[in-house]
Design a protein around this ligand. Structure first.
Ligand code: NI
Length: 256
Protein backbone atom coordinates (compact mmCIF):
# COMPACT_ATOMS: atom_id res chain seq x y z
CA UNK A 1 0.00 0.00 0.00
CA UNK A 2 0.99 3.60 -0.58
CA UNK A 3 1.44 6.11 2.26
CA UNK A 4 1.02 9.75 1.22
CA UNK A 5 3.08 11.45 3.94
CA UNK A 6 2.19 15.03 2.96
CA UNK A 7 -1.20 16.16 1.64
CA UNK A 8 -3.50 19.16 2.10
CA UNK A 9 -6.98 17.72 1.55
CA UNK A 10 -8.51 20.42 3.76
CA UNK A 11 -7.51 22.89 0.99
CA UNK A 12 -10.33 24.70 -0.86
CA UNK A 13 -9.10 23.10 -4.12
CA UNK A 14 -10.90 19.93 -2.93
CA UNK A 15 -14.16 21.59 -1.85
CA UNK A 16 -16.11 20.39 -4.88
CA UNK A 17 -15.34 16.65 -4.60
CA UNK A 18 -13.37 16.00 -1.37
CA UNK A 19 -15.59 13.25 0.03
CA UNK A 20 -15.88 11.39 -3.23
CA UNK A 21 -12.14 11.58 -3.91
CA UNK A 22 -11.18 10.44 -0.41
CA UNK A 23 -13.60 7.52 -0.73
CA UNK A 24 -11.78 6.35 -3.88
CA UNK A 25 -8.24 6.35 -2.47
CA UNK A 26 -8.16 2.97 -0.63
CA UNK A 27 -9.34 1.07 -3.73
CA UNK A 28 -6.52 2.78 -5.66
CA UNK A 29 -3.93 1.42 -3.21
CA UNK A 30 -3.59 4.49 -0.98
CA UNK A 31 -3.53 2.99 2.51
CA UNK A 32 -2.71 6.07 4.60
CA UNK A 33 -2.53 9.84 4.28
CA UNK A 34 -0.99 12.49 6.54
CA UNK A 35 -2.99 15.70 6.16
CA UNK A 36 -0.52 18.46 6.95
CA UNK A 37 -1.50 21.74 8.59
CA UNK A 38 0.11 24.98 7.47
CA UNK A 39 -1.54 27.63 9.68
CA UNK A 40 -3.55 28.00 12.88
CA UNK A 41 -6.75 27.64 10.88
CA UNK A 42 -5.66 24.47 9.03
CA UNK A 43 -4.37 22.99 12.29
CA UNK A 44 -8.04 22.90 13.26
CA UNK A 45 -9.46 21.86 9.89
CA UNK A 46 -6.87 19.11 9.18
CA UNK A 47 -7.66 17.28 12.40
CA UNK A 48 -11.41 17.76 11.85
CA UNK A 49 -11.05 16.13 8.44
CA UNK A 50 -8.80 13.31 9.70
CA UNK A 51 -11.43 12.37 12.27
CA UNK A 52 -13.89 11.60 9.49
CA UNK A 53 -11.47 9.51 7.37
CA UNK A 54 -10.29 6.21 8.91
CA UNK A 55 -6.93 6.05 7.07
CA UNK A 56 -5.99 9.70 7.65
CA UNK A 57 -3.76 11.31 10.29
CA UNK A 58 -3.12 15.03 10.82
CA UNK A 59 -0.50 17.48 12.05
CA UNK A 60 -0.57 20.83 13.82
CA UNK A 61 1.76 23.69 12.93
CA UNK A 62 2.31 26.84 10.91
CA UNK A 63 4.24 27.17 7.64
CA UNK A 64 6.83 29.98 7.43
CA UNK A 65 4.45 31.91 5.11
CA UNK A 66 1.86 32.15 7.89
CA UNK A 67 4.05 33.00 10.91
CA UNK A 68 3.08 36.70 10.64
CA UNK A 69 -0.26 35.96 12.31
CA UNK A 70 1.04 33.58 14.99
CA UNK A 71 0.85 34.12 18.72
CA UNK A 72 1.81 32.22 21.85
CA UNK A 73 -1.88 31.47 22.25
CA UNK A 74 -1.72 29.45 19.00
CA UNK A 75 1.09 27.34 20.50
CA UNK A 76 -1.13 26.58 23.48
CA UNK A 77 -3.96 25.67 21.14
CA UNK A 78 -1.71 23.42 19.00
CA UNK A 79 -0.60 21.63 22.16
CA UNK A 80 -4.18 21.21 23.34
CA UNK A 81 -5.31 19.85 19.96
CA UNK A 82 -2.38 17.41 19.82
CA UNK A 83 -2.95 16.17 23.36
CA UNK A 84 -6.69 15.63 22.93
CA UNK A 85 -6.64 14.06 19.43
CA UNK A 86 -4.73 10.78 19.00
CA UNK A 87 -4.85 11.28 15.21
CA UNK A 88 -2.38 14.17 15.50
CA UNK A 89 0.95 12.44 14.73
CA UNK A 90 3.33 15.30 13.89
CA UNK A 91 4.12 19.01 14.18
CA UNK A 92 4.31 20.71 10.77
CA UNK A 93 4.73 21.95 8.32
CA UNK A 94 7.28 24.28 9.91
CA UNK A 95 10.55 25.73 8.70
CA UNK A 96 12.10 28.52 6.66
CA UNK A 97 11.16 29.92 3.25
CA UNK A 98 13.31 32.68 1.73
CA UNK A 99 11.96 32.26 -1.78
CA UNK A 100 10.09 35.57 -1.66
CA UNK A 101 12.78 37.40 0.32
CA UNK A 102 14.25 37.61 3.81
CA UNK A 103 12.30 40.57 5.20
CA UNK A 104 10.74 38.48 7.95
CA UNK A 105 13.66 36.06 8.43
CA UNK A 106 13.91 36.79 12.16
CA UNK A 107 10.23 36.11 12.65
CA UNK A 108 10.47 32.88 10.64
CA UNK A 109 13.44 31.67 12.69
CA UNK A 110 11.73 32.52 15.96
CA UNK A 111 8.57 30.55 15.17
CA UNK A 112 10.52 27.69 13.61
CA UNK A 113 12.46 27.26 16.86
CA UNK A 114 9.35 27.72 18.98
CA UNK A 115 7.50 25.00 17.06
CA UNK A 116 10.49 22.63 17.21
CA UNK A 117 10.34 23.01 20.98
CA UNK A 118 6.60 22.38 20.90
CA UNK A 119 7.26 19.12 19.02
CA UNK A 120 9.77 18.07 21.67
CA UNK A 121 7.30 18.90 24.45
CA UNK A 122 4.66 16.81 22.71
CA UNK A 123 7.07 14.01 21.76
CA UNK A 124 6.05 14.25 18.09
CA UNK A 125 8.14 14.11 14.89
CA UNK A 126 8.39 17.23 12.72
CA UNK A 127 7.46 17.93 9.09
CA UNK A 128 9.99 20.42 7.74
CA UNK A 129 9.42 22.93 4.94
CA UNK A 130 12.67 24.48 3.68
CA UNK A 131 12.98 26.61 0.56
CA UNK A 132 16.11 28.54 -0.39
CA UNK A 133 17.28 28.04 3.19
CA UNK A 134 18.93 24.59 3.18
CA UNK A 135 21.93 25.16 5.44
CA UNK A 136 20.16 27.39 7.93
CA UNK A 137 17.31 24.89 8.29
CA UNK A 138 19.84 22.15 8.96
CA UNK A 139 21.71 24.25 11.53
CA UNK A 140 18.54 25.15 13.46
CA UNK A 141 17.38 21.54 13.49
CA UNK A 142 20.74 20.51 14.91
CA UNK A 143 20.80 23.29 17.51
CA UNK A 144 17.28 22.42 18.66
CA UNK A 145 18.13 18.69 18.80
CA UNK A 146 15.20 17.90 16.52
CA UNK A 147 16.67 14.49 15.68
CA UNK A 148 15.59 13.26 19.12
CA UNK A 149 11.98 13.05 17.88
CA UNK A 150 12.85 12.66 14.21
CA UNK A 151 10.94 13.92 11.23
CA UNK A 152 10.80 14.38 7.50
CA UNK A 153 12.35 17.01 5.25
CA UNK A 154 9.37 17.55 2.98
CA UNK A 155 9.91 18.17 -0.76
CA UNK A 156 13.64 17.82 -0.21
CA UNK A 157 15.54 20.25 -2.44
CA UNK A 158 19.07 20.42 -0.98
CA UNK A 159 22.28 18.78 -2.10
CA UNK A 160 23.08 15.07 -1.99
CA UNK A 161 25.73 15.80 0.66
CA UNK A 162 23.25 17.54 2.97
CA UNK A 163 20.75 14.73 2.33
CA UNK A 164 23.32 12.24 3.61
CA UNK A 165 23.77 14.34 6.77
CA UNK A 166 20.02 14.34 7.41
CA UNK A 167 19.82 10.60 6.90
CA UNK A 168 22.75 10.05 9.25
CA UNK A 169 20.70 11.88 11.91
CA UNK A 170 17.67 9.67 11.30
CA UNK A 171 15.52 12.05 9.26
CA UNK A 172 13.46 10.91 6.27
CA UNK A 173 13.36 12.76 2.96
CA UNK A 174 9.99 13.40 1.29
CA UNK A 175 9.95 12.59 -2.43
CA UNK A 176 7.09 13.87 -4.61
CA UNK A 177 6.22 15.14 -8.06
CA UNK A 178 9.47 17.08 -8.51
CA UNK A 179 11.37 13.82 -9.07
CA UNK A 180 9.45 13.41 -12.35
CA UNK A 181 10.45 16.86 -13.65
CA UNK A 182 12.97 16.69 -16.46
CA UNK A 183 15.20 19.48 -15.12
CA UNK A 184 15.26 18.28 -11.47
CA UNK A 185 18.83 16.94 -11.53
CA UNK A 186 19.69 17.30 -7.84
CA UNK A 187 16.73 15.38 -6.45
CA UNK A 188 17.35 12.60 -8.98
CA UNK A 189 20.92 12.34 -7.69
CA UNK A 190 19.61 12.28 -4.10
CA UNK A 191 17.20 9.44 -4.92
CA UNK A 192 20.01 7.44 -6.53
CA UNK A 193 22.38 7.92 -3.60
CA UNK A 194 20.18 7.80 -0.48
CA UNK A 195 19.04 4.37 0.79
CA UNK A 196 15.37 3.62 0.11
CA UNK A 197 14.92 3.05 3.87
CA UNK A 198 15.16 6.85 4.38
CA UNK A 199 12.72 7.96 1.67
CA UNK A 200 8.97 8.55 2.01
CA UNK A 201 6.37 9.35 -0.67
CA UNK A 202 4.38 12.58 -0.67
CA UNK A 203 2.13 14.60 -2.94
CA UNK A 204 1.90 18.06 -1.30
CA UNK A 205 -1.47 18.01 -3.07
CA UNK A 206 -3.20 20.05 -4.42
CA UNK A 207 0.28 21.26 -5.50
CA UNK A 208 3.29 19.60 -7.17
CA UNK A 209 1.54 17.22 -9.58
CA UNK A 210 4.00 14.87 -11.31
CA UNK A 211 4.58 14.69 -15.07
CA UNK A 212 2.41 14.31 -17.20
CA UNK A 213 -0.05 16.16 -14.92
CA UNK A 214 2.30 19.01 -14.04
CA UNK A 215 0.31 22.17 -13.26
CA UNK A 216 -2.95 20.31 -12.66
CA UNK A 217 -4.55 19.68 -9.26
CA UNK A 218 -2.56 16.90 -7.61
CA UNK A 219 -3.89 14.04 -5.47
CA UNK A 220 -2.59 10.81 -3.91
CA UNK A 221 -3.86 9.00 -7.03
CA UNK A 222 -0.75 10.31 -8.84
CA UNK A 223 1.75 8.65 -6.47
CA UNK A 224 2.32 5.60 -8.73
CA UNK A 225 4.00 8.05 -11.15
CA UNK A 226 6.42 9.07 -8.39
CA UNK A 227 7.07 5.40 -7.54
CA UNK A 228 7.81 4.69 -11.20
CA UNK A 229 10.27 7.61 -11.36
CA UNK A 230 12.10 6.26 -8.28
CA UNK A 231 12.11 2.79 -9.85
CA UNK A 232 13.63 4.18 -13.07
CA UNK A 233 16.35 5.99 -11.10
CA UNK A 234 17.27 3.16 -8.73
CA UNK A 235 16.55 0.05 -10.79
CA UNK A 236 14.39 -1.20 -7.93
CA UNK A 237 11.05 -2.93 -8.32
CA UNK A 238 8.02 -0.59 -7.85
CA UNK A 239 6.52 -3.08 -5.39
CA UNK A 240 9.61 -2.92 -3.21
CA UNK A 241 9.54 0.90 -3.30
CA UNK A 242 5.89 0.93 -2.27
CA UNK A 243 6.43 -1.51 0.61
CA UNK A 244 9.64 0.01 1.93
CA UNK A 245 8.32 3.60 1.87
CA UNK A 246 5.09 2.40 3.52
CA UNK A 247 7.11 0.95 6.40
CA UNK A 248 9.32 4.06 6.56
CA UNK A 249 6.27 6.33 6.84
CA UNK A 250 4.69 4.23 9.58
CA UNK A 251 7.94 4.38 11.52
CA UNK A 252 8.20 8.14 10.91
CA UNK A 253 4.70 8.93 12.21
CA UNK A 254 4.62 6.01 14.66
CA UNK A 255 1.48 4.52 13.19
CA UNK A 256 1.21 0.78 13.84
NI1 NI B 1 2.83 21.21 2.04
Amino acid sequence: MIFDTHAHYEDAAFDSDREELLRRLPAAGIGAVMDVASSAETSRSAVRLAETVPYMAASVGAHPDSVGELSEQDMQEFAAIARSHPKVRAVGEIGLDYHWGRENADLQRRWFRRQLRLARELGLPVIIHSRDASQETFDILREEKAEENGGVIHCYSGSAELAAEYVRRGFCLGIGGVVTFKNAKTIKEVVRRIPLTSLVLETDCPYMAPVPHRGERNSSLNLPLVIQAIADLTGKDPGEIEETTWNNARRLYRIH
